[in-house]
Each structure stands twice: as structure tokens, then as C-alpha cells.
Design a protein around this ligand. Sequence first.
Ligand SMILES: [Zn+2]
Length: 113
Amino acid sequence: MHEMAIAEGIVDVALDTLKANEGTIIHAIQVQIGALSGVEPEALHFCFDAVTRGTPAERATLEIETIPMKGRCLECHQIFSMEQYRHVCPHCESFAVEELQGRELRVASIDMD
Ligand SMILES: [Zn+2]
């Protein structure tokens, strides 16, 4: 379950940011997660609750925004949304497809005091 490591990474970023801003409590953390990152939001929520216990982020809400997958065809240059694990251009059926987004894993914003 790599969600535990991801949750720890998110909380590390949040706590560092809290310290840098001389804050005392984290209310919410917004994260962006690509559809292809392989992260299960439910598992991430579970791990987040576990790793925030006893920290200033203990009562924080984890808000997950899923970033849909998008690709660009290298043959006909069209941009389209891709289905998971299917890298075929829907316009010309080329397999020469470049991923534009869908593997994001980042902290977008942190709500703190
Ligand atoms: Zn194409």
C-alpha cells in the first residue's frame, strides 16, 4: 500500500509549510491526484488520518481533486482524454500517444492558522 508513503509525504509538506508560516494548526489540505497515479482516494484518506494523529494536522480535512488523464497524439496532434491504460488516439488510432496529464501527485494548497 503506497498510500501510506504518499500520505506521509503530504503531511511532511503541510507541516513544513506550517512551520515556515509560523502557524499552529492545519484545517485542510488540498491535493491533486492524477487518474493514472494509482492512488486510491479511500486508502489515502485512511492513511492520512493515521499519519496526522498527534500532529497539528490531526483535525485537517484532506480534499482530493482527481486530475483526469489527457494525451496528445504524435501523429495527428489532437488532444483527447484517455481511458486508463489505453494509449490509442481516438481520431487516427495511432499508438504514438504522449501523456499530458494524469500522473500528478501534489499538494495544491494548505489551509492553516
Ligand atoms: Zn491521432
